[in-house]
Design a protein around this ligand. Structure first.
Ligand code: TYD
Ligand code: MG
Length: 456
């Protein structure tokens, strides 16, 4: 009898190897390889039959009709935006995120609004019982129309049910609980998750239904994460947020039908998720008055300007090695900006602890907030406050020069909308924005320049 073959998979990225390895060559993660039975080879030969080949006829590109009109708006604006303007028929959407972040809640709420418009839905849960889902649904408020529910983890049965009822939209919660019997490994393993997604992909394309898959992000857990199937699906959305803050951000990481820059902002309340219409106002909530080390800046999330408060606290260190911490912004970037301040402004920061924080729990990677970080550090070090009506942005280079940022008009407009009266922007950007009656736009060339303007 032939020995049953096994292969090794990286649980982070799904890299396949015939032997065990300490570090994955695909994603460079350590200690992520697990052994799994090899997927059974199909019994058919590798040659397609002449009939199959005759049936597959290539089509001219110009003859293919665009089907952009087959989008369904969910009615949850933040979700529609991230999806690139509604749900595309026949697509496979992965919603990833940490356990407990609100993926099931979001999808159930989507079902709630879609059901009210007579879209036929099937919600398949492998995690919760029907009673648990009912309890969650009751918290979300009344359902105008019913939705079909199924508790099932066997994918063959799921496939049969979907083929039988042919709903418009199917939700699979979660992919890590689904299994196919003919694969030897446990649910949640790389080969199970991959095979299951393949089956769902064929279902979605074949029947023209949209399937939403929930995938838990796992940190060194025993189940395969959503990264393994990112390349197989049409759209990948990640639902993220701080466990301690109530707001959640839905971010498109991959989208075959739209931009990946868009984000949707939600707030988790006792009655489910509500949309945050004005994220800037939300982020600036509770800003201190007259305190040093607090600066408002404007970051772009996709095409959307969001005002954020950058905070810094600089104090004398009691240790040989000063402590530096950053939250919401890259730690190395903060160190770099502090080095620029030491060298170009002569600030003796080498014997100071420094803590930088983006208030509200946002995570930013845009260099456009550099200048705000610099100002917050100066303001805290020198202990003076920066006018609460001023907004500051610009990228800072190593020589202390302030470099141009993109989409200045949108940033200035957002600041105006929220009642700010002064914008400190890179001087090179003055070409595209000018001061108006209620908004003074000031150009900054270097970090030395900024000192003249920020003292309130
Ligand atoms: P859930 O959608 O179950 O998370 P996931 O599917 O991503 O694992 O969200 C669970 C959390 O959301 C839980 O901690 C409770 C909270 N929650 C509320 O605060 N309000 C609500 O109305 C609901 C339904 C959940
Ligand atoms: Mg869930």
């Amino acid at each position: 009898m032939a020995k049953s073959k096994t292969v090794f998979f990286c649980q982070e990225c799904g890299f396949e190897s015939s032997k065990w390895m300490g570090q994955c060559p695909g994603c460079k993660a350590w200690n992520t390889f697990v052994e799994e039975p090899a997927a059974p080879k199909s019994s058919r030969g590798s040659q397609a039959s002449p009939r199959d080949i005759a049936a597959a006829v290539p089509t001219k590109l110009s003859m293919v009709s665009p089907d952009d009109h087959k989008r369904t708006l969910t009615g949850i604006r933040e979700l529609d935006r991230v999806l690139g303007g509604g749900i595309v028929k026949g697509s496979l959407v992965l919603v990833g995120g940490d356990p407990g972040i609100g993926k099931s809640t979001l999808l159930l709420q989507m079902c709630q609004v879609l059901a009210a418009r007579s879209v036929s839905l099937l919600y398949i849960s492998g995690e919760e019982s029907l009673q648990q889902i009912r309890m969650r649904a009751d918290r979300l408020g009344p359902f105008k129309n019913d939705i079909m529910m199924l508790c099932e983890t066997n994918l063959d049965i799921v496939e049969g049910v979907v083929r039988k009822y042919k709903p418009d939209i199917v939700v699979i919660d979660s992919i890590q609980t689904m299994y196919k019997e003919d694969i030897g490994s446990a649910p949640g393993s790389v080969s199970q998750v991959r095979e299951s997604t393949g089956v769902l992909m064929q279902l979605a394309k074949g029947l023209g239904i949209t399937i939403f898959i929930v995938g838990h992000v796992t940190k060194e857990g025993v189940v395969a994460g959503p990264r393994v199937l990112e390349h197989m699906v049409d759209t990948v959305l990640y639902f993220e947020g701080d466990r301690h803050a109530s707001y959640r951000i839905l971010r498109a990481v991959k989208n075959r039908f739209g931009s990946t820059n868009e984000i949707g902002v939600f707030e988790m309340r006792s009655s489910g998720l509500t949309q945050v219409e004005n994220p800037s106002e939300y982020m600036l909530n509770g800003r201190p008055q007259g305190a040093s080390g607090s600066v408002v800046s404007c970051a772009m999330e996709g095409t959307r300007p969001i005002l954020v408060e950058v905070q810094a606290l600089v104090c004398r260190t009691n240790f040989n090695m000063p402590r530096r911490t950053s939250a919401g912004i890259d730690y190395n970037r903060v160190n770099l900006l502090m080095a620029v301040l030491e060298k170009r402004l002569g600030l003796p920061l080498d014997n100071c602890d420094c803590y930088v924080n983006i208030a509200g729990g946002m995570r930013l990677s845009e260099p456009a907030i550099d200048l705000a970080v610099v100002c917050a550090i100066i303001s805290s070090y020198k202990n003076f406050e920066i006018s609460a009506k001023t907004i500051i942005f610009g990228e800072v280079g190593l020589t202390g020069e302030v470099r141009a940022v993109n989409m200045v008009e949108q940033r200035v407009a957002e600041a105006k909308k929220l009642g700010f009266s002064t914008c400190l922007v890179p001087e090179v950007n003055l070409k595209s924005v000018a001061s108006t009656e209620d908004m003074a736009v000031v150009g900054i060339r270097t970090v030395q320049d900024i000192l003249k303007y920020i003292k309130a």
